[in-house]
Design a protein around this ligand. Structure first.
Ligand code: NAP
Length: 280
């Protein structure tokens, strides 16, 4: 039997736990979100994040800039937020306009207020096995989901397809920390099927609809589909061809309703955790 992992349900459970904790706090945590007004897809994500904040009693504020905003203006705003005692967590919604160096902007956020866990100090600490202030939300959400379904990660042959800084690399690292044997594949990997056919667990994060098909995986495989692409039909598609892969998988995450809701839930968890660390 194939388990279809319900990220939406688990996210709701996480929100209830967070709300119970926030209700007991005298000062409610505050998440500040920066977005540029050319980022239409990002605005939808930001609205989802605001809704999740409302559900849990976390405060949020969104600061919107014109698309021609300068790097200096963004950095100055981030420094104000870094120094603002009422702000616990800061998120810059990507992508930023082309003339902006995103790395420079992300690294201007204090690592103590780094809601997304993208700052090089937090990312670097994770890679050397130290406890970062925050871990990137999508990889953190994937591990939380696997734990919820009691998947024993230790000893699994795990294949991660994609090596971005926000998903592929950090999930490879987290799986390695949990004692999986990890192979990270990318666009230059030769004979990808050789790896996927031998995998016990596959995380697919490339942004190519229905890329991973049933003939590329073995029976009983665990599939985490990170991809989100809006098709011309208006529907969302993952990177996995759900029908052909689900019939062979022991567990699979759907799109939508799998990894996406977990990512937002982990952002809210990171905000709460930062507010508690901050007030200690
Ligand atoms: P990204 O930065 O564009 O990276 C894509 C990765 O896929 C790259 O490492 C690339 O390899 C690799 N790749 C591309 N084509 C490939 C192929 N044919 N075979 C093997 N590898 C290939 O993407 P991302 O930011 O990680 O996002 C990936 C997908 O996940 C997107 O659909 C995005 O919308 C989605 N996403 C979802 C969530 C969520 O919450 N569910 C969160 C973040 C992202 P190279 O490095 O060699 O170019």
């Amino acid at each position: 039997m194939t388990i279809i992992a319900d990220g939406k349900l688990l996210a709701e459970k996480i929100y209830s736990n967070i709300k119970a904790k926030v209700d007991k706090l005298d000062r409610k945590p505050m998440l500040a979100v920066i977005i540029t007004n050319d980022n239409e897809a990002g605005k939808i994500y930001v609205r989802n994040k605001q809704r999740a904040c409302e559900k849990t009693g976390i405060q949020s504020k969104t600061i919107e800039f014109d698309a021609d905003v300068s790097e200096n203006t963004l950095i100055n705003k981030i420094q104000d937020l870094n120094n603002d005692k009422n702000v616990d967590a800061i998120l810059v919604q990507l992508p930023l306009p082309n003339h902006i160096d995103s790395e420079k902007i992300l690294n201007a956020i204090s690592p103590d207020k780094d809601a997304d866990g993208f700052h090089y100090i937090n990312a670097g600490k994770m890679f050397i096995g130290q406890m970062p202030k925050t871990i990137a939300c999508t990889p953190k959400g994937i591990i939380r989901l696997l734990d919820e379904y009691k998947i024993q990660i230790s000893g699994l042959n795990a294949v991660v397809i994609g090596r971005s800084n926000i998903v592929g690399k950090p999930i490879s690292q987290l799986l390695l920390q949990r004692n999986a044997t990890v192979t990270t594949c990318h666009s230059k990997t030769k004979n990808l099927e050789y790896y996927t056919k031998n995998a016990d667990l596959i995380v697919c994060a490339i942004g190519k609809p229905k890329f991973l098909t049933g003939n590329m995986v073995k029976d009983g495989v665990i599939i985490i589909d990170v991809g989100i692409t809006r098709l011309d039909t208006g529907k969302l598609s993952g990177d996995v061809d759900f029908e052909s892969v689900a019939s062979k998988a022991s567990l699979i995450t759907p799109v939508p309703g799998g990894v996406g809701p977990m990512t937002v839930a982990m952002l809210i968890q990171n905000t709460l955790d930062l507010s508690i660390q901050y007030s200690e």
